[in-house]
Write a protein that binds this ligand. Structure first.
Ligand code: GLC
Length: 527
């Protein structure tokens, strides 16, 4: 592994800071809480944490509306707390990745206050202002990703400003060189403090069509879909100019590739891979969300893995994401039994895995009563099941009243079975998903074939997906049963092979006449 970077052989763990660990009893997680749980992360065996935004924010979108890029919101702590967390994480060999939110600021950011004050404000052009149509309608038909029009008319100057998300999140105007320079200084500010990289929020939206043309209607739109799907995202996303911006960001992260640039990108594979950039000078890791959206069958997963491997540019490093703070949790999507197979898939595919806090406990559906809803998307488009609160509920640590998350009232309810589904309980249970995660992470660390090895798709047999990982003479075979029935597997030359790990702790080896149990996955070492 000496010839790979940490963000290639390592595993990333996403922390939604409001919900990881509260240290001061206000019901919202914070930086000192995360620091108190570093032992756990080290025990689990991850290599890096990505922390969703902790900057000062009015919290209209829970931190994705930043009002100061160089500070820490008092809800989460102080800059000193951050430095302490970073220092202690580094002392344990853990990397820390921050969330960088460059597409928009909060409407309370001093830049926006200045920009909105007058048409001739020096910062007017830092945001996207336009006159309305002659009849007073918004400049074009673009829709906010969180519902409603993407334009709001501002009384002070009578012009509209663009917001791809909430009206409290005005979009920055990336063609403006002064604004760009100011944002790159923000990156330097955190790099100088020692952070190990950035996950860049909605990176594929940064540049818009110069003429701000109307988006074409989406012929596939059906009622019940979010409003953003009414139109095809032709002119508000994935514009050619975005790659120059990303290359500039990349250049700010110095040349040694020890600091990672990750891009949040929801695009089809052939567009996604362009974000590695010309000569790989784009994002190190354009987030690959295919496992989040894919139909969960062996043949569908086989196809998408094959297509992704084939589409990667020469030298481009793959990555896989199983869940995040915006999409339904894996155990909700595939069920509790299959979540074990998903864990093994994530941690044995070729490419950097990102796992989402709480998924290692198998947290499933959480019902949020309407009066407890927090997510602005749920409030803007209620009843469509779009709300992201159910995937942002507090982490469960033990069997105490609020599962050890807080001494106060948690900002969102815990999952209903937290008294049994918590770290303390599951850690001691050899059959738990948490134990499986820790074993998979340990195996991945021990066996370079799993992290930096080559990948060969062997094939699909019934409900089973079978592939090989190879490195330095070691050949591992991974067999995953996506079905709920027994699945016989035909593999030549398993003589002398050893079982390294099964998702089913009760398996007694028997690799001859191999039959997978329902929802079983295996890692086998060939002789
Ligand atoms: C990203 C974030 C999401 C946020 C949006 C606006 O998609 O992951 O949580 O609402 O950007 O910043």
């Amino acid at each position: 592994m000496a010839d790979s970077f940490w963000w290639q052989h390592g595993v990333i763990y996403q922390i939604y800071p409001r919900s990881f660990q509260d240290s001061d009893g206000d019901g919202v997680g914070d930086l000192n809480g995360i620091r108190a749980r570093l032992d756990y992360l080290q025990w689990l065996g991850v290599d890096a944490v990505w922390i969703s935004p902790v900057y000062p924010s009015p919290m209209a979108d829970f931190g994705y509306d930043v009002s100061d890029y160089r500070g820490i919101d008092p809800l989460f702590g102080t800059l000193e707390d951050f430095d302490r967390l970073l220092g202690e994480a580094h002392a344990r060999g853990l990397k820390v990745i921050l969330d960088f939110v460059p597409n928009h600021t909060s409407d309370r950011h001093p830049w926006f206050l200045e920009s909105r004050a007058a048409r001739n404000s020096p910062k007017r052009d830092w945001y996207i202002w336009r006159d309305g149509k002659p009849d007073g309608a918004p400049p074009n038909n673009w829709i906010s990703h969180l519902g409603g029009p993407a334009w709001t008319r501002d009384e002070t100057t009578g012009q509209y400003y663009l917001h791809s998300f909430l009206r409290e999140q005005p979009d920055l105007n990336w063609p403006n060189p002064d604004m760009r320079a100011a944002m790159y200084d923000v990156l330097r500010f955190w790099l100088d403090r020692g952070v190990d990289g950035f996950r860049v929020d909605v990176i594929w939206l940064l540049i818009k069509d110069e003429a701000l043309r109307d988006n074409p209607p989406n012929p596939g739109f059906a009622p019940g879909q979010p409003a953003i799907d009414r139109f095809l995202q032709r002119y508000n996303a994935d514009q050619a100019g975005v790659h120059d911006v990303i290359a500039e960001m990349r250049a700010v992260l110095d040349g040694d590739n020890e600091r990672v640039l990750i891009g949040e990108i929801y695009l089809p594979i052939e567009r996604l891979v362009t974000y590695y950039g010309t000569n790989l000078r784009g994002a190190h890791l354009p987030f690959n969300f295919q496992l989040i959206n894919a139909p969960w069958t062996a043949s569908d997963i086989a196809r998408l893995v094959r297509d992704y491997e084939a589409a990667l540019p020469q030298g481009g490093w793959p990555n896989w994401v199983l869940g995040n703070h915006d999409r339904p949790r894996i155990a909700t999507r595939v069920g509790e039994a299959q979540a074990r197979v998903a864990a093994m898939l994530l941690l044995t595919l070729r490419g950097t895995p990102t796992l989402y806090y709480g998924d290692e406990l198998g947290i499933g559906p959480v019902i949020i009563p309407p009066e407890a809803a927090q997510d602005p998307w749920e409030k803007n488009e209620p009843g469509l099941g779009l709300g992201r609160d159910p995937v942002r509920t507090p982490m469960a640590w033990d069997a105490s009243a609020q599962a050890g998350f807080t001494a106060g009232q948690p900002w969102l309810p815990l999952h209903p079975d937290h008294a049994t589904r918590n770290v303390q309980k599951l850690r001691d249970d050899p059959a738990s998903l948490l134990t499986l995660y820790s074993e998979l992470l340990a195996l991945r660390r021990q066996r370079a074939a799993l992290s930096v090895g080559t990948f060969t798709l062997i094939g699909v047999q019934g409900d089973a997906l079978i592939f090989a990982r190879e490195h330095g003479g070691e050949r591992l075979i991974v067999c995953l049963n996506f079905g709920d029935r027994e699945q016989p597997i035909a593999l030549p030359d398993l003589a002398g092979a050893t079982l390294l790990l099964s998702t089913h702790p009760d398996r007694v080896t028997a690799l001859t006449n191999l039959t997978l149990q329902p929802h079983e996955g295996l890692v086998i070492r060939r002789a």
